[in-house]
Design a protein around this ligand. Structure first.
Ligand code: SAH
Ligand code: SF4
Length: 362
């Protein structure tokens, strides 16, 4: 079976011509798939039933299957997908009170970067995802939302995997999100652990896509303990690449800071970080550590975080604390891990309806 989501417009045309269909059907089917976002061929009402039958014999709409799903009290949906070869990946959908709907996508099955506090890092690397496998995670959310009159508005590459370790596929998926789902570049964020050469390459793409960089530590020896990738590209190499990105794109970088009690939430750390980033066009996104099985650290408390932010402010650096989403279902940053599929997670695969007022504020 051919996955139609994997085809370009030209490839879809070739397929339809092969099936003896008229060229104008391409436009019709394309618009059912990506404009109306229907879930099956039966919904493509302006196609003759013979045409539909012919297509259904050789093609399908999507090939990710929902292996498990859990819904958090805050409306966050965590979904485990089974890939064609039996690998599992996870995607998260986060509704917000202002109507925003953000999908968090995986770019790899597992991750090779080995960050010690991250559940994905703890499980190791299986393989890269294809552009279609990345895109389809968003596509499936988008079409379920469309069925009830809602729109997928934002995408973040913050699920399993390091998007810049699968650079081409991640960028190809970004372009599919933009062209097919009409998600503006400014509503897409790629988060990287700090692969300096790819940050430079990304700067040269001429895209308006946002960049987030996982910093977490301001001292090389300590950062290498938490993020082994730092041994390859240290803080200076990383920030050089970030400055290049800033100069090249004029865009603000966001630095992620997983705040760990006693580890990177101290006054000294804040001052060192302040000196490091002073004058840069950036923003610091503080994420209180989410617990994972393989790491004993605990989240920084709000008192320490506030003091930390005050010091950053004195260096002219703006920061925010990221809302923790889906913690009760282990869908928070760095918690995605497929080893455990709780029994209650196997129920239904649809996105539950939740009134906008009940959703968290952005
Ligand atoms: N590989 C990319 C993107 C996926 S991780 C990256 O590392 O940037 C998305 C974010 O979650 C990163 O900033 C990552 O450092 C952070 N993260 C990982 N584990 C975490 C944890 N246990 N608690 C809080 N944030 C975590
Ligand atoms: Fe990979 Fe990002 Fe997790 Fe590090 S934090 S192991 S780079 S997914």
């Amino acid at each position: 079976m051919i996955n139609l989501y994997a085809l370009t417009h030209a490839q879809l045309r070739d397929l339809l011509l092969e099936l003896g269909e008229k060229p104008f059907r391409v436009r019709q089917i394309w618009s059912w798939m990506y404009g109306r976002r229907v879930e099956d061929f039966a919904a493509m009402r302006n196609l003759p039933s013979a045409t539909r039958a012919k297509i259904m014999e050789v093609a399908k709409l999507g090939e990710l299957t929902v292996a498990a799903q859990q819904v958090s009290r805050d409306g966050t949906v965590k979904r485990v997908y089974r890939l064609r070869d039996g690998q599992f990946i996870e995607s998260v959908l986060m509704p917000y009170a202002d109507g925003r709907m953000t999908a968090c996508l995986s770019s790899q099955a597992g991750c090779a970067m080995g960050c010690v506090f991250c559940a994905t890092g703890q499980m190791g690397f299986s393989r890269n995802l294809t552009p279609t496998e990345i895109f389809e995670q968003a596509m499936l959310f988008a079409r379920e939302l469309a069925a009830r009159g809602e729109r997928l508005s934002n995408v973040v590459f913050m699920g399993m995997g390091e998007p810049f370790h699968n650079y081409e596929a991640s960028l190809a998926a970004v372009r599919m999100l933009m062209r097919r789902l009409g998600i503006g570049a400014r509503h897409i964020t790629i988060s990287t652990v700090g692969l300096a050469p790819q940050i430079r390459r990304f700067a040269d793409e001429g895209l308006q896509v946002k960049l987030a960089v996982s910093l977490h530590k301001s001292d090389d020896a300590e950062r290498s303990q938490l993020l082994p990738v730092n041994r390859r590209w240290d803080i200076e190499a990383l920030l050089d690449a970030c400055r290049y990105y800033g100069a090249r794109t004029n865009r603000r970088i966001s630095f992620e800071w997983a705040a760990i009690a006693g580890e990177n939430d101290t006054v000294d750390e804040a001052r060192r970080l302040g000196r490091l980033l002073q004058g840069m066009n950036c923003h610091i996104n503080i994420i209180p550590l989410n617990p994972t099985g393989g790491y004993t650290g605990i989240p920084a408390d709000s008192r320490h975080i506030e003091a930390f932010q005050a010091i950053l402010r004195s260096f002219g650096l703006a920061s925010t604390v990221r809302l923790r989403r889906g913690i009760d279902i282990a869908a928070g940053c760095g918690q995605l891990k497929t080893a455990l599929l709780l029994p209650e997670a196997r129920a239904g695969s649809t996105i539950p309806a939740m009134p906008k007022e009940a959703r968290p504020q952005p």
